[in-house]
Unconditional design. Structure first.
Lengths: 236, 203
C-alpha cells in the first residue's frame, strides 16, 4: 500500500457527495495527482470552515494524507483570483466536471489538462465565447486521454485534408474523403478544430457534433447527465 | 462489515435493510437499531411503525406551494394575511421555516424539494419546475424571489428559473449575499468577502 500525502497542492473541487451525518466525499482535480477522492470530515457541520471553501470552480490549495483508496482532507485554502461562474457558465462548468469525473481515472496526473481546465474556467467566468471554450476543452481532453483525433490528414490516403472537400469521420481511424457534398464535416472544420479556431458558423455546429460523437465513443454506455438536464430545460 | 443473514429471521434482515435508507445509517447502525427495537422497545417500535404508516398515508404535497401538508392546501397558502403577489422559491421546507422566522417576508412560497444538480442526475422535472412555472404565471404573482442556496447548484437553479420567468414576463429577484449581519470582516471566510466585493452596491 502506498502512502500518499500532499501539501498545498493546487486543485479544484469537481463534485461532493454527502457522507454520514456531517462529512463529505470530495472529488478533486489536482495538478500533480490528477483526480483524487478525499474524505472531508465534518465539512457539513453548520460552522465548518470548509463550507465556503469546498465549492466547485474555485482555485484551491489542498493538503491531504492517507493510505487507503480514499485519503483524508487535512486543509483546503482559497487560492482566489477568479470570479465565480454565473448563469449558463455554471452549467458549462458542470459539463466540464462531468467529463473529468467520467473519463479521468483516479490518481492519474494530467498537468497539461489541469492548466487547460483552469484556463477554461477563467474564460467561462469572463463570459467569453463559451461554445469555443467547451470545444477546445473536449479536444484537449481526448488528446490527454490518448485519443487525439486525426484532423489534418485523410485516414485512408494520407493526403492533407482539403478545406474545400467533405469528409466522413470514422471514430477509430479519422477523416475519410467523401463524394461530393455527402459526408459529415467540411475539411475546413477539421482544420479549424486542429487550430482551435471556432469563428466560422459551420465549424461551430459540425465541431460540436463531431466532438460529441468522439466523446461518446470514450464514454461507452455512460450517459452525460449535464446534457440530459440541459435538453430538459430547453423543453420547458 | 458484512453480516451473514440469520437463517430463521428474514424479517430481521428486511428490517435492517429498510433502516439503511435513513441518512447516515450504514449496515452496522442499522443492525444496532433493529436489535434495539426488537429487544427493548417492542411497544414503541409498534408506535413507530404506526406513525410511519400514518404519515405516509396522510402527508402529501400542497397543491400550490409543494410543501408538506395533510390538506389539499397548506395553512400558509390558505392564510388570508399573506401577499399573493410575492412568491418566494426555496429548496427545502427547512429553508422555508428559516425565511418565515425572519418575520420580514409576507408573501407566499414554492418549495422545490431539491435543486438542479446535473452531476447527480437531478433535472428540472425532479424539482417540479413545470409546476412552479404554472404557479408563477397564474396572473396574480408579480415578483418571484429566488431564495435557493448560494452553492453552484442553487445558483444554476436560480438562473434557469429567472430565465424562464423573464421569458413569461414575470419579474424575478435574487436574495442578496455577502458579509453576515454582525459579521466582522476579519473573521469572515475569504470566499464570502470576495463575493461581497464583486456584488458591492452604490450608496
Amino acid at each position: 500500500m502506498t502512502r500518499r500525502r500532499a501539501v498545498h497542492e493546487p486543485g479544484y473541487v469537481l463534485h461532493t457527495y454527502p457522507y454520514k451525518e456531517t462529512s463529505l466525499i470530495v472529488e478533486l482535480f489536482t495538478r500533480q495527482h490528477g483526480r483524487v477522492g478525499l474524505l472531508a470530515k465534518g465539512a457539513r457541520r453548520p460552522r465548518s470552515a470548509l463550507r465556503g471553501v469546498l465549492l466547485a470552480f474555485h482555485p484551491l490549495h489542498l493538503s491531504w494524507s492517507g493510505s487507503a483508496e480514499l485519503g483524508t482532507l487535512v486543509a483546503a485554502d482559497w487560492a482566489g483570483g477568479q470570479p465565480a461562474l454565473s448563469g449558463i457558465g455554471v452549467m458549462c462548468g458542470f459539463y466540464l466536471n462531468e467529463l473529468l469525473l467520467r473519463l479521468l481515472p483516479r490518481e492519474d496526473p494530467h498537468e497539461r489538462l489541469f492548466a487547460v481546465y483552469a484556463a477554461s474556467l477563467a474564460q467561462l467566468a469572463a463570459a467569453s465565447d463559451r461554445a469555443a471554450v467547451l470545444r477546445c476543452f473536449e479536444h484537449r481532453l481526448l488528446d490527454e486521454l490518448g485519443y487525439a483525433p486525426l484532423l489534418v490528414r485523410d485516414a485512408a490516403s494520407g493526403a492533407p485534408v482539403d478545406p474545400g472537400r467533405r469528409y466522413e469521420y470514422d471514430p477509430e481511424r479519422g477523416p475519410l474523403a467523401a463524394n461530393g457534398s455527402a459526408g459529415a464535416v467540411d475539411g475546413q472544420t477539421l482544420l479549424d478544430i486542429a487550430r482551435d479556431e471556432y469563428s466560422r458558423e459551420t465549424t461551430r455546429e459540425e465541431a460540436r457534433q463531431l466532438l460529441r460523437a468522439l466523446i461518446a465513443c470514450r464514454l461507452g454506455s455512460q450517459v452525460l447527465h449535464t446534457r440530459a438536464v440541459l435538453a430538459e430545460l430547453q423543453d420547458l | 462489515m458484512a453480516r451473514a443473514p440469520l437463517p430463521n429471521a428474514p424479517g430481521l434482515d428486511s428490517l435492517i435493510e429498510a433502516l439503511r435508507v435513513l441518512p447516515g445509517v450504514g449496515p452496522r447502525s442499522a443492525q444496532r437499531m433493529a436489535y434495539h427495537l426488537l429487544q427493548h422497545e417492542r411497544s414503541r417500535a409498534a408506535q413507530l411503525a404506526r406513525a410511519l404508516a400514518g404519515a405516509l398515508a396522510s402527508v402529501r404535497h400542497c397543491s400550490r406551494c409543494n410543501n408538506f401538508t395533510e390538506a389539499e392546501l397548506c395553512t400558509l397558502c390558505r392564510s388570508s394575511g399573506r401577499n399573493p403577489a410575492l412568491l418566494c422559491v426555496v429548496e427545502t421546507p427547512a429553508d422555508l421555516s428559516m425565511v418565515e422566522q425572519t418575520l420580514s417576508y409576507a408573501g407566499l412560497y414554492f418549495v422545490l424539494m431539491g435543486r438542479l444538480s446535473p452531476l447527480d442526475g437531478i433535472g428540472p422535472r425532479d424539482i417540479g419546475l413545470d409546476h412552479l412555472l404554472a404557479r408563477a404565471t397564474d396572473g396574480i404573482v408579480t415578483e418571484v424571489v429566488l431564495a435557493t442556496n448560494f452553492t453552484n447548484e442553487g445558483e444554476a437553479t436560480a438562473h434557469y428559473i429567472a430565465e424562464m420567468l423573464k421569458a413569461r414576463g414575470v419579474t424575478a429577484s435574487r436574495i442578496a449575499r455577502g458579509v453576515p449581519l454582525g459579521g466582522e470582516l476579519e473573521f469572515v471566510d475569504i470566499g464570502t468577502i470576495s463575493q461581497a466585493m464583486l456584488d458591492r452596491r452604490g450608496l
